[in-house]
Write a protein that binds this ligand. Sequence first.
Ligand code: FAD
Length: 384
Amino acid sequence: MGGKNLLMVGAGLSGAVIGRHLAELGHKVTVIDARDHIGGNCHTERDGDTGVMVHVYGPHIFHTDDEEVWEYVNRFERFMPYKNRVKTTVGGHVYSLPINLHTINQFYGRAMRPDEAKAFIEEQADTSIDDPQTFEEQALRFVGPDLYEAFFKGYTQKQWGCSPTELPASILKRLPVRFNYDDNYFAHRFQGMPENGYTAMIGRILDHEGIRVELGRKVTRAEAAAYDHVFYSGPLDGWFDYELGRLGYRTLDFERFTHDGDYQGTAVMNYGEVGVPYTRITEHKHFSPWESHEGSVLYREFSRECGPDDIPYYPIRLVDEKEMLSAYVDRAKTERGVSFVGRLGTYRYLDMDVTIREALDAARAWARAEELGETPPVFFVAPL
Ligand SMILES: Cc1cc2nc3c(=O)[nH]c(=O)nc-3n(C[C@H](O)[C@H](O)[C@H](O)COP(=O)(O)OP(=O)(O)OC[C@H]3O[C@@H](n4cnc5c(N)ncnc54)[C@H](O)[C@@H]3O)c2cc1C
């Protein structure tokens, strides 16, 4: 089998992992990214003044239950032990998240044991809500008004730019409370931080003789014809020049500031009140607890509607967006020689481990189709 000439649009995790897999199978891979760096939204870089490793597009913690994915990332970078422990400031007090026994006891000024706290929260829950339709109803049904107001209402409103009464109940699937003192934000078996940052790891994934990387250039649909196949990890609607409209996203603004010493004593501090315009403050040096830095780099994070010139971060995926998405999916299915991958190509929020899992599966599925002489799928995972 002769190697094919393949293009990866995007040098984030999707483009890098698919590109690496196919280069190892003997294909000729070109990776192009519009940005002047690799790594996509996982990009990390050391701050020139303080030496702190900064998560440029917002905090990224690696966590997974997928053993193959965990082995995969460890093949390219040493992962240091890291547990994500998030705090929130509400009403002049600092609480532990996700809501756990410590949060409940602190919030109500009590010393309840697990069973007592469970019974107490059940008393708070609004059992008159039979069939919760909205995020607010679901939260009230689970935890009652006090915890809802303190920990969900303001944060959700700031994050999504609308009232929790306008969001579907499905966002809050399970009871968001732990009746023990476990404050590890993620429940996955494997969790850690790449010793030298995500960009170093992705650089090593891309470091293969069959891969050529080009930065600082946006790929257009017209260029696809020059390749045997294109894996596109950019925005689905962008591929079609937004001809059916723009899929809705939330974007983030990061207000960077520095501090001498330790500003907040932890990596992530949420601010749940609507009166505080930002959703959280990230202190980047706490993501690398094995390093030591005098200075500190911090981000205040603001969430707002994504405009045409902004970076799309979180897909909104409410009823209107799903209708437009469905039209784009139909449109995409008439394309030849291109597959849509990753978080933007399929308009879904994807954690890094899921992105890698899907990228490995996509590369394998493409290689199989190629071997059998079949047309490769336009989507390896259905966006809807
Ligand atoms: C604020 C935030 C926090 C997150 N935190 C976590 C976390 O803690 N843990 C976790 O597991 N995951 C986290 N994620 C998810 C993580 O960022 C994604 O899983 C990952 O970035 C997806 O990789 P990707 O390659 O699909 O997309 P991206 O990283 O978005 O890469 C796509 C690349 O394509 C390029 N591109 C697009 N269009 C074109 C074009 N036409 N021509 C050339 N280049 C183009 C873009 O410049 C971009 O670099 C977070 C995401 C966000 C937004």
